[in-house]
Write a protein that binds this ligand. Structure first.
Ligand code: IMP
Length: 216
């Protein structure tokens, strides 16, 4: 059991990490470091590892653990864009701008998840311990909605429709009604509890915990 310093500017992420890691006996505390540079890279893991390296000198005790978490929306028809640039794309293009980038797609692709509107939220949770770095990955499959839908959530929630999940929490086959479903609505149109069942972030933390269990 360790003290985990979580490098994040997002209060919601901190609450989520405390929720998952606290019951296992880990103490999660907030770490704020000025001047962290996000490197140019096309995958979340490289960025997360770079942030760990930059922040490690700021740990109060070298035996403490350090965690970062990064996420993004990867759209198939845009070769994975906005991906690692999701925050920037949200503040520049926004949800309407993203939809405009997909306007050229055939109308029959609009509702077909196997088609070009397929997209995925991905998250990486990276943890540095004295034994080494552990990387947890989580994803949420889905598609980009034909139009902005819903008032809730944040980021690209209003344009993302997750694929249904089966009873085990795995993505259901395309075209098959799953046990967990937003019924064609976006993340912004459903409540937080339902969105949480699909969460790429929760899955990344769970993957990390599985690895720690194996490593301890
Ligand atoms: P972060 O690395 O978790 O801060 O995520 C980077 C960006 O990806 C956010 O600013 C959002 O634009 C987008 N994003 C990540 N996760 C989500 C989500 O669950 N819903 C909507 N947008 C998200």
């Amino acid at each position: 059991m360790a003290r985990i310093h979580f490098l994040t500017g997002n209060e919601g992420k901190l609450v989520e990490a405390v929720h998952h890691l606290g019951p296992l006996g880990h103490e999660v505390v907030h770490l704020s470091v000025d001047g962290i540079i996000e490197p140019q890279a096309d995958d979340l893991e490289t960025i997360a590892r770079s942030k760990l390296e930059q922040a490690r000198a700021h740990l109060p005790n070298p035996d403490d653990w350090l965690m970062v978490e990064d996420a993004g929306l990867f759209v198939e028809a845009l070769d994975g864009f906005p991906g690692v640039y999701s925050s920037y794309a949200l503040s520049t293009l926004g949800n309407h701008g993203l939809l405009r980038l997909l306007e050229h797609l055939q109308s029959e692709d609009l509702h077909v998840e196997a088609g070009l509107r397929r997209a995925e939220f991905k998250a990486v949770a990276a943890l540095m311990t004295p034994e080494g770095v552990f990387i947890g990955e989580g994803s949420c499959l889905g598609r980009i909605a034909p139009a902005v839908d819903g008032e809730g959530g944040f980021g690209f929630d209003p344009v993302f429709i997750p694929r249904d999940l089966d009873l085990a929490g795995e993505p259901a086959d395309i075209g098959v009604q799953g046990e967990v479903s937003t019924h064609g609505r976006t993340f912004a149109a459903v409540d937080m509890d339902l969105k949480g069942k699909f969460s790429h972030r929760t899955r990344a933390l769970a993957d990390l915990l599985t690895q720690l269990g194996t490593a301890e």
